[in-house]
Design a protein around this ligand. Structure first.
Ligand code: GLV
Ligand code: MG
Length: 326
């Protein structure tokens, strides 16, 4: 292990993160009663410029008046390149800071962006004597943000998660794609001809590199990596496949841009009963091995060692958090 300790961000169940446009208060009650682990009220791209001030007022009112229960509530502010952003932070934190768990910062490009938001939050929290420190969620969704993702992930102790925002990332990198986070038939390799002269087409995941980079930067800094939107909400199988890939890479959860995607995300990011049972057997086997002074043992014909315990413990902890939510 390195001498440098990775400090884990404040733990929070984050399997599903529901996006709700703050310009549409009719959706708030339903979002609050949903099974989403985190709800974010959006002041940014889902809101037209003329609606920004009203959306901001709606978000403040919703934070103060809607019963969000044990849910984590976040607000996606406007980008630092807009003139809406400072007032988003000031109004939200001054008028509803007590119930605000997280601020989501879009299109983060450099670590200094986070420094600026942290400074603002720190001043407002101090001036209003707010006891709870508001966390920061970052969206990595530009080429600049991806280039600087390692520094961004280390920019503030308030940071909790990094989301990969595939829609804006595609726009920023000028990627050729139309289906947000979905299949791209152009991202394929044509294999050499087989004995019969047939050539197979093998499809790849266009976003693998980007998502994997976000996962590494997040985990190396104790943050939760999250996979962003899957645009086609009429395609649950496509969503499941994307979520399964993200979970396989190490993501903690995925956005839901439609209520129907909440259950899918919760399902895909909750360890199954079989996985939990296996993890507990690994922990038991390793505890028995430790008693005998052994560092590694065989279980079901496979080698398990200290690293296996760490994986097993993480999985059990996740399952316990999900079970606590009920
Ligand atoms: C999210 O904001 C995205 O652009 O994908
Ligand atoms: Mg975006």
């Amino acid at each position: 292990m390195s001498f440098k300790t990775v400090v884990e961000a404040r733990p929070r169940l984050n399997r599903s993160e529901l996006a709700v446009p703050a310009s549409n208060p009719k959706l708030f009650e339903k979002a609050a009663k949903s099974e989403a682990d985190v709800v974010f009220l959006d002041l940014e791209d889902a809101v037209a410029p003329d609606d920004k001030p009203q959306a901001r007022r709606n978000a403040v009112k919703a934070l103060n008046e809607v019963d969000w229960g044990r849910k984590s509530v976040s607000v996606r502010i406007n980008g630092l390149d807009t003139h809406y952003m400072y007032r988003d932070v000031v109004d939200l934190v001054e008028q509803a800071g007590a119930r605000l768990d997280l601020i989501m910062v879009p299109k983060v490009g450099t670590a200094a962006d986070i420094y600026a938001v942290d400074m603002l939050l720190t001043q407002i929290e101090a001036a209003h004597n707010l006891k709870k420190r508001i966390g920061i969620e970052v969206i990595i969704e530009t080429a600049l943000g991806m280039m600087n993702v390692n520094e961004i992930a280390a920019a503030s102790p308030r940071l909790e998660s990094l989301s990969f925002g595939v829609a804006d990332y595609a726009a920023s990198t000028r990627a050729r794609t139309t289906n947000i986070g979905g299949f791209n038939p152009d991202y394929a390799v044509l294999a050499d001809a087989d004995a019969q002269g047939a050539r197979a087409t093998d499809y790849g995941d266009q976003w693998h590199y980007a998502l994997a980079r976000v996962v590494v930067a997040a985990r190396a800094n104790g943050l939760r990596p999250l996979d962003g939107p899957y645009g086609d909400f009429t395609d649950p199988d496509g969503f499941r496949a994307a979520a399964r890939r993200a979970a396989a890479l190490g993501c903690e959860g995925k956005w839901a841009i439609h209520p129907s995607q909440i259950a899918l995300a919760n399902e895909m990011f909750t360890p199954s009963a079989a996985e939990v049972a296996k993890a507990r057997r690994i922990m038991d086997a390793m505890a028995a091995a430790a008693k005998d002074g052994k560092g590694a043992v065989a279980l079901d014909g496979r080698l398990i060692d200290i690293a296996s315990i760490r994986q097993a413990e993480t999985l059990v902890k996740k399952a316990e958090m999900a079970a606590l939510k009920g």
